[in-house]
Design a protein around this ligand. Sequence first.
Ligand SMILES: Cc1cc2nc3c(=O)[nH]c(=O)nc-3n(C[C@H](O)[C@H](O)[C@H](O)COP(=O)(O)OP(=O)(O)OC[C@H]3O[C@@H](n4cnc5c(N)ncnc54)[C@H](O)[C@@H]3O)c2cc1C
Length: 369
Amino acid sequence: MNFDIAIIGGGNAGLSLARNLFRDKTKKKIIVIEPELPDNKVANWCTWMHRDNLPIYKKSIKGSWEDWTVSDKTQTINHSSASYKYVCIDASIYLSQIENELHNSNIQILRDSVVEISEKNKRKEIICKNNMISSIHVYDSRPPEIKTDLLRQHFYGIEFEFMEKHQINSVILMDFDVTQSSGLHFIYALPLSERKLFVESTVISKEFNQKQWYEDQIELWMENKNLDYLKKLSYEEGVIAQDKINYKNEGIHFIGARGGAVRLSSGYTFHNIQSQAAKLADNIRNDGYDVPVVMSKFVSFMDRIFNKVLINEPQIAVDLFLNTTQSLSADEFAKFMLNKANFNIWSKVINQMPKKPFIRQVFKSITRG
Ligand SMILES: Cc1cc2nc3c(=O)[nH]c(=O)nc-3n(C[C@H](O)[C@H](O)[C@H](O)COP(=O)(O)OP(=O)(O)OC[C@H]3O[C@@H](n4cnc5c(N)ncnc54)[C@H](O)[C@@H]3O)c2cc1C
């Protein structure tokens, strides 16, 4: 089977790119190779979104909120924004909708798994479990392999149903009032409805915990908040690399989490994937095939320094998140998270940072690379 473009992986990045190309009315022959059905993808993809952009994602939005908090034992910082909402996208609905939209188009979806890619006569030969594909351009979005010595955020979340209304009304972005014995740990909670609450335990560290550990932390937090649930509805788990991963690309383009779309200091990736897909589709329309950079060198550098401070100065890690949140208004915070911070926002963030640890890590970064 011969194609102009093969997209490996029909997850967020792969299908978002395919949809942009479809809407651009591309004449190119395109294939998306994805082993799993979208119905099997259980994930809440959350991000800040300007309220004008909400209609674009309307059908897959599971919840949206204008209030969010960051807290520890001693304080709670409340943010409330009328312009930016914190939005939760249901991954399986989002992906199913795109697959339906692509039905009967010149973009084919192949349910198969890629095993190997090689080059032959300036074309890429993609060997799948059951098929062989030949394509001029390849965009690979298979999840990156995360080496053991890399900083990562690992999480496990449970969606709970309650008999009575629970009392959580705003998004809990980070509640650090939990054990910090296994790395930087916080609870994240989304009030999906009056009787549904999604609660996740997230750890930022180089080591994993057993699944039971996260479950215990969630149960403990629920107990402390007197949240007496009726039943557990579903689970979500994941790992996001918070270190830069370098691959040999050998003429293959990388997109999505594999293609540098992860915001290293927070793990938020959804908005970067959306902007990468839109810009790349624009490039392809003009016969340019390189993947555009979605984060400036400055943002990537600052995020790497921030992560180094987290690892090397863990005693100030919680304060770093609290101070950053405190220093910004809700709108500024949303812009900061969406890589849209201007000079004024960055200076507020930098002003809040303890100078010595940051200067130490900048110096180490420059001298050791
Ligand atoms: C559980 C979870 C929750 C997350 N929540 C958020 C969030 O709230 N906000 C946010 O901004 N980011 C979030 N992220 C990070 C990021 O947005 C997601 O990981 C996003 O799905 C990344 O998109 P992607 O296309 O790069 O990878 P994926 O969506 O993982 O897509 C990769 C695809 O490749 C396919 N694949 C794997 N192996 C093969 C193979 N051999 N051949 C062909 N295909 C293959 C997979 O089946 C998959 O569909 C989350 C990540 C996870 C894991």
